[in-house]
Design a protein around this ligand. Sequence first.
Ligand code: KIV
Ligand code: ZN
Length: 385
Amino acid sequence: MERVRIFDTTLRDGEQSPGVSLNAMEKLQIARQLQKLGVDVIEAGFPITSPGDKEAVSLIAREVKGVVVAALARASALDIETAWEAIKEAESPRIHTFIATSDIHLKYKLKMDRETVIERAVAAVKLAKKFTADVEFSAEDASRSDLDFLCRVVEAAVKAGATTINIPDTVGYAEPEEFGEFIRKILEKVPVMDRAVLSVHCHDDLGLAVANSLAAIKNGARQVECTINGIGERAGNCSLEEIVMALYTRKDVLPFYTGIKTEEIYRTSKLVSNLTGMPVQPNKAIVGKNAFSHESGIHQDGVLKERTTYEIMNPRLVGIPESRLVLGKHSGRHALKERLLELGYELTEEQLNEAFVKFKALADKKKEVTDQDLEAMMEEEIRKV
Ligand code: KIV
Ligand code: ZN
C-alpha cells in the first residue's frame, strides 16, 4: 500500500465557484475542520487577489497547526512575495506557483514564447525557494500542452528546487486512460522526478475529474488536489470525498491509502455547503441526502435482510448516522450538541448555552426542529461574529 497525499483546495479553487465568497472567520472555521479531517495540505487562498483573502490566509497560517498551509501565486515576484507575507507564520508553509504551458494559453493569454515560460517558471521557483523549502510548481493547462515542452518545464522547475510538481487538467478535457498515460510518460521522461512528488489537479467539465485522478494515481501520481463537495471553478474540481472513498472502498484494485479520517467527511461537507451557500445535490455520491437512502421495495427488502446487498459502504464510515434523533421541545442539551457536531458546528460551553436557549424557544413553536432550522440558527450566530 502506498500513501497518496490529499491537497485540499476548497478555500482557493473551491472559493472560485461562481457566487461564493467566504470571509476570514468562515475560512478559518473550514480550515480547522479540514485539519481535523486529516488533509495533508490546505490551500488557504490566493493572497494577491484581495487584501481580504491575504488576511484570511494569514489568519489560517497563524491559527491552524499540524498541516501544511499553501498559498497560490502566479509566476511573478509580487505574487510570490505577497503569498509569502501571508503564510510566513505557518508551521509548515508552502508556496504554490504556476504558469501556463499550453500553446493556446501562451499565444492568447500570456503572449509569451516557450523559452520565456521556462525562464519565468525557473525564476518563480527560485524566488519562492528563498522563502520556504516547500515549493509546488503547477503547469497550468498541462493536459493540453505539448508533452516534450511540458517535460522541459517540469525538469527545469525541479532543478530550480520545486518539491511538488502539479499537472492540472485545468479545463477538464482529459480522458482517464489518456491522462494516466500522460502522467506515466512525464515520470519516465523527466530524469529528476525522484526529487519531487507528482501531483494532479483535475477539473470536472466532463464529469471525469475523479476518474482522471484515479488513473493518474495508478500511473504514479502521489498527491491529488481536490475540494469538499467537488466545488470549484466552472463544473468544479475532483471531489475529496469521492476520491478518498474510492481508494478506501476499492483497496483490492487501488492499493493506496490516505490520511483522511473518513468519519469526518459528512460534517465537513455540511459545513462547507452551509458556509459557501452551495447546496449538495441529493444524489451526490457519498454525501448527498440520497446517497444512503433506499426507495424501491426490492432494495428496501434486500437492505433489511442484509445491508451489503445494496450498500457498498457503511454510512457510519463517512460520519452519517444510520438513525437520527428527532429534536423537539423535550430534547436536552446533549442531543442538541451532538446534532450540531454532526452538522459541523463545534461549540464552546458558552456558545452551546446560548444555542440551547434559542433552540428551546424554537422547539416551543414547532413540532420538530429540523437540521435546516439549526443551520439557519447557527448561520445567524456566525454572522454576528
Ligand atoms: O486549474 C488549474 O490549473 C489551477 C492551477 C492554478 C493549479 O487551479
Ligand atoms: Zn483549478
